[in-house]
Design a protein around this ligand. Structure first.
Ligand code: PBG
Length: 333
């Protein structure tokens, strides 16, 4: 005779469900990506049509929202800049008076140490052709880009950035940036490397948010971002970035790549970030606006799945909403 085995005994009551829950999402696991645009009037913010609820901010509007983020217990934001002028070498990315250094100084002046500021380092928002590095015809110039990333990283750190996040996927950039930061005395600045970044269609809405469509050269980033048909290179990418000095490694996108997150977290000890990208956000919003799924539960379920796969922290456009839901649940209990 079998004993009366019933899994549902552990599921019937919400307090019992909570008691046996193995994974939890906390505001301290979240990082909010934010966009700041040059030439917007003070206080102004532009809605991004492909990402309802996300905005391109002026500096003052950015600072205001950063304060809300801090007050929700979210420890960090990551900044993307949209310059007023673009050129072949993306020089506004490393202009000491460019949009990102000015935004970082403004946030740090208001919020000081109470919020960590990460800066995405890439050229694609700053080049007139829309690529992450200088190009020659259809060729992406890997080595020519490294000095430019280091220059940008230095300007962001001098302005007060706590974390540098290279997202370009050029080879050797983590070591190059680490060396540049160390030489300038910024030995404690954290590098969060976009180590495993797939050439993904889920970045679609980001092109509108960051105004980074392709005007010249190849029409995709397949020559340097990872192929979705490949798993083993992800381990090599992470290994290399850790050897080059990355403190935190990232997998991106998140939900279509949970196997990668799981594999990396089982194999490496470094803190692991996962980026729930623009397309993952917009899919949930669009379906919920059509009444096809419930936004709040789909949001929480997807974030919990990313945690369960092994991500220490999650970059997500849902950060504020998720923190509010978590807060409410704690109060209700
Ligand atoms: C590159 C960068 C991209 C994203 C973050 N950093 C675009 C790309 O690599 O094509 C995408 C983020 C998102 O889709 O939310 N600077």
């Amino acid at each position: 005779m079998f004993p009366n085995v019933r899994m549902r005994r552990l599921r019937n009551h919400h307090l019992m469900r909570n008691m046996v829950a193995e994974f939890e999402l906390k505001p301290s696991n979240l990082i909010l990506p934010m966009f700041v645009k040059e030439d917007l009037a003070e206080g102004e913010k532009n809605p991004i049509s492909a990402m309802p609820g996300v905005f391109q901010h002026s500096i003052s509007s950015l600072v205001k929202e950063a304060r809300e983020v801090r007050d929700l217990g979210i420890p960090a934001i990551i900044l993307f800049g949209i310059p007023s002028k673009k050129d072949h070498h993306g020089s506004e990315a490393y202009n000491p008076e460019g949009i990102i250094p000015r935004a970082v100084r403004a946030i740090k002046k208001e919020l000081g140490d109470s919020l960590l500021v990460a800066c995405d380092v890439c050229l694609c928002e700053y080049t007139d052709h829309g690529h992450c590095a200088p190009i020659e015809g259809d060729r992406i110039l890997n080595d020519e880009a490294l000095d430019l990333y280091s220059k940008a990283a230095l300007e962001y750190v001098r302005a007060g950035a706590d974390i540098i996040a290279p997202s370009d996927m050029m080879d050797g950039r983590v070591a190059h940036i680490r060396q540049a930061l160390d030489h300038d005395g910024h030995k404690d600045t954290i590098i969060m490397a976009y180590a495993v970044k797939y050439a993904s269609s889920f970045y679609g809405p980001f092109r509108e948010a960051a105004e980074s469509g392709f005007a010249e050269g190849p029409k995709d980033r397949k020559a340097h971002q990872m192929d979705p048909a490949n798993l083993s290179q992800a381990f090599r990418e992470v290994e290399l970035d850790i050897l080059e000095g990355a403190d935190i490694v990232m997998v991106k996108p998140a939900l279509p790549y949970l196997d990668i997150i799981k594999g990396i977290s089982d194999t490496f000890d470094s803190p692991l970030a996962a980026y729930q990208v623009s397309g993952e956000y917009s899919m949930i919003i669009a379906a919920s606006e059509n009444g096809w799924l419930d936004k709040e539960s789909a949001m929480m379920e997807s974030l919990l799945a990313i945690r369960r796969a092994g991500a220490t922290m999650i970059l997500t456009y849902f950060a504020k909403e998720a923190a509010k839901v978590i807060d409410r649940r704690v109060v209700k209990r």
